[in-house]
Design a protein around this ligand. Structure first.
Ligand SMILES: [Zn+2]
Length: 331
């Protein structure tokens, strides 16, 4: 395919996604409910172990989509958007591995280029990208972002890390060298860095690094995901952040001052940062919180940090046979 043909296919996919977003009443503030959009189209949606495949679509008889049950949630969302693209673009059949879903390979047929562009626009429309970049305190065209920023943006978008990097590049928000560097990194290394060296217990789980300005937010997370909060305190006054005992099924995993080599020689009374983190064990709706107070005076709270957590059920069913999302909700 010539680059002109590729561009034409990309445009077809992207325009179809914009139409679908409009139909779905996208508010451009929260990630789109891609699985809901599939059900809206009355397309069968199944989660099954698929080995090396990411997903597949078939129109024959009753249209159906199957997604790899063993994949991380945000990758499942991106694959689902790709398969929904095949459906809405009028394709008949597609059996998709990583090349078809995630890679910009020159040999891809036109319908795959269209489905890729559909998925990118459907999950990561320009408005949502702008909002995500602003949320991270970044310019709308930052030219380059660091790995932690790219990862956090993928969390805000509800898309996979690599799809987020590819979309940032496609929209000209980061340069080609930056995109290449970001795509070389391993996700677990990025997560371990964001958690200050505390590798998450489940390597596939997401870690949400939060700061003071994130207080009051509501996060939608999955079982095994971790929320890491860093807050400033001044130890010599006796005031330190003390996490509330979380309600089950949330556990507090760690609560410690951040070791800061540069702070060793600092004047007495200097501030330091406390790192507290929680892990979700099962679906629930709850909050996690911490108070800034002295140990002997529980009522004199100088500050409070709280975020609401919606821990949604994982749809990576571990059964060997497929389960539809509707069946899971009824279970
Ligand atoms: Zn495909």
């Amino acid at each position: 395919m010539t680059s002109g043909q590729v561009d034409r296919h990309r445009r077809v996919g992207s325009v179809e996604a914009q139409r679908a977003l409009k139909r779905a009443g996208m508010d451009f503030e929260t990630p789109i409910d891609v699985f809901g959009a599939i059900e809206e189209q009355q397309v069968w949606l199944l989660f099954q172990p698929l080995d090396r495949l990411y997903g597949a679509y078939r129109r024959h008889d009753t249209p159906g989509i199957v997604i790899h049950a063993g994949h991380p949630y945000r990758l499942q969302r991106f694959t689902a958007a790709h398969e929904l693209g095949h459906h809405l673009l009028g394709h008949d059949l597609s059996v998709d591995s990583q090349d078809e879903v995630e890679r910009q390979v020159a040999t891809l047929p036109g319908q795959e280029v269209e489905a890729q562009a559909f998925a990118a626009t459907f999950l990561m429309p320009v408005q949502l990208i702008n909002r995500g970049l602003a949320q991270l305190g970044l310019d709308s065209h930052p030219s380059s972002v660091d790995p932690g920023q790219a990862y956090r943006l993928s969390l805000e978008l509800g898309s996979s890390y690599s799809a987020t990097v590819v979309q940032l590049r496609a929209l000209g928000r980061i340069n080609a060298a930056n995109a290449r560097e970001l795509l070389k990194l391993s996700l677990i290394d990025i997560k371990t860095e964001l958690t200050l060296g505390h590798r998450p217990a489940n390597a596939r789980a997401d870690v949400w690094p939060l700061l003071r300005e994130d207080a009051g937010r509501t996060l939608s997370i999955r079982p095994d995901d971790e929320v890491h909060v860093r807050l400033v305190e001044s130890p010599t006054t006796g005031y330190r952040w003390r996490p509330d005992q979380p309600a089950a099924p949330i556990e507090i995993v760690g609560d410690e001052p951040v070791p800061d080599a540069a702070a060793q020689g600092r004047a007495y009374g200097a501030e330091r940062t406390r790192h507290m983190w929680w892990r979700a064990l099962a679906p629930t709706e709850t909050a996690v919180a911490a108070d800034l107070r002295r140990s002997f005076d529980p009522d004199a709270v100088a500050d409070r940090f709280e975020i609401a957590l919606r821990v949604l059920p994982t749809i990576t069913g571990e059964s060997d046979h497929g389960v539809s999302r509707r069946q899971l909700q009824l279970a």
